[in-house]
Structures are given as structure tokens and as C-alpha cells.
Design a protein around this ligand. Sequence first.
Ligand SMILES: [Zn+2]
Length: 139
Amino acid sequence: MINDEALHQIQIQYKELLEQMQEIARTVARRRKVPSSRVRELHAYVAASHRNALCPCCELVPVVSDDAELLGEIDHWYHVSRGDAEETWPVCRKCNLRLTQPSFKATKGSHFQAYQFSLRTVMMLQDNQFNLFAYQEVA
Ligand SMILES: [Zn+2]
């Protein structure tokens, strides 16, 4: 049997734990880096042009619409505070939820790296085009 005093102590400890968890949640939320519209556009373009518009994680669910709108969500691969293009990828809602499970995420590292390879290819091409235009303006 739990007496009233023991129950009261448990209630106090529970309340303290709850307050600590709420403070941690607030801290994480403050540090969350929402990917910029430029990053979202880049992911939409890479998924459409190199991934058949499908979620690069499951390769089943479309993440880009016919008019190049991002349908899926952006997963922060490393940490919610890291939201650059090289640290995120566009995935479907189901994958984004499952990626919070370490056992599932462990099986998707090669998928993330393959997507990042496509992203780097696109970024290099864009840099080259920019340099080409810059050269033409000078010439
Ligand atoms: Zn998916």
C-alpha cells in the first residue's frame, strides 16, 4: 500500500519532472532551424529532377507536385538546429515520423547520402551556370 505521504511525494516529483520536460521542449523549439524558402525550392528541384519526384527515403510517395511544389516535409537529418540544404532532405510524412526511431533511421543513412549526392550535383551545376553568366558579362 502507498500511504498518503508517499503519494504526495510522488506527485511533487512528477510535477517537477513535468516542468523540467516542458523547459527542455521550449529550449529545443527555440533552437529549431526552419529551412529557408531557398532550401525548400532546392529540395523540390532536386527531388523532381533526380528522384522522380518521390520521397528519397521510401521511394514510394510523391514529395513534389506537377507544378514543382513541395508536398512532403523536410527532415533535419542531424539535428533540428541544423536546417541547411546539406543537413536536410524532403521526405514524406510517414518517413519523417519513422525517422524519429533510431532503428529505422539507421537503415536510411545510405538513402540520405545518395540524395545528398544528387543535391551536390545540382548545386555544382548551378554554381557553374552562375560563373558562366558572370564570365559572359565581363567578356
Ligand atoms: Zn517516404
